[in-house]
Design a protein around this ligand. Structure first.
Ligand code: ZN
Length: 139
């Protein structure tokens, strides 16, 4: 059993910017040359998420629209009173969607559906350079 840990930096626009990072993860998997195991993709920080969607223009619009209804940007959050950084909504969105995604791999290929991509969603209210950890566990 081997563990390989790599980091990628992704620049985002914030404000629900959705970025397809599938190819970045696949590159790390190919270079690691492990045949079978698990791949964990983790975003450092508490205002972004890693999840999976079909990365197509419709959903890229639908997801921010639905989140604006469920967890509105302009609402009263106690977090904003604490720090004055006005990103209470970003923390709650990140907590609900989660900051990591696990996908198994076999024959050095991620087991993803044809229309299933791994995405980083940055919920913060400003541009960020996001540190994403990709950890492979397997042999
Ligand atoms: Zn904050």
């Amino acid at each position: 059993m081997k563990i390989i840990t790599k980091e990628i930096i992704i620049s985002t626009e914030g404000n629900c910017d959705i970025i397809n990072i599938t190819e970045n993860v696949q590159e790390i998997l190919r270079a690691g040359k492990l045949k079978e195991g698990n791949c964990c993709v983790f975003s450092i920080g508490s205002t972004a998420s890693i999840t999976t969607i079909e990365y197509e223009p419709g959903l890229i619009k639908d997801i921010p629209k639905i989140l604006d209804k469920l967890i509105p940007v302009y609402s009263r959050y106690n977090h904003n009173d604490t720090w004055g950084d006005n990103n209470g909504h970003s923390h709650i969105r990140s907590a609900m969607i989660g900051t990591s995604f696990n996908v198994p791999f076999v024959k050095n290929e991620l087991i993803l559906g044809t229309w299933q991509q791994i995405v980083l969603i940055d919920f913060d209210n400003r541009r960020r350079d996001r540190r994403i950890i990709v950890q492979l566990t397997g042999e």
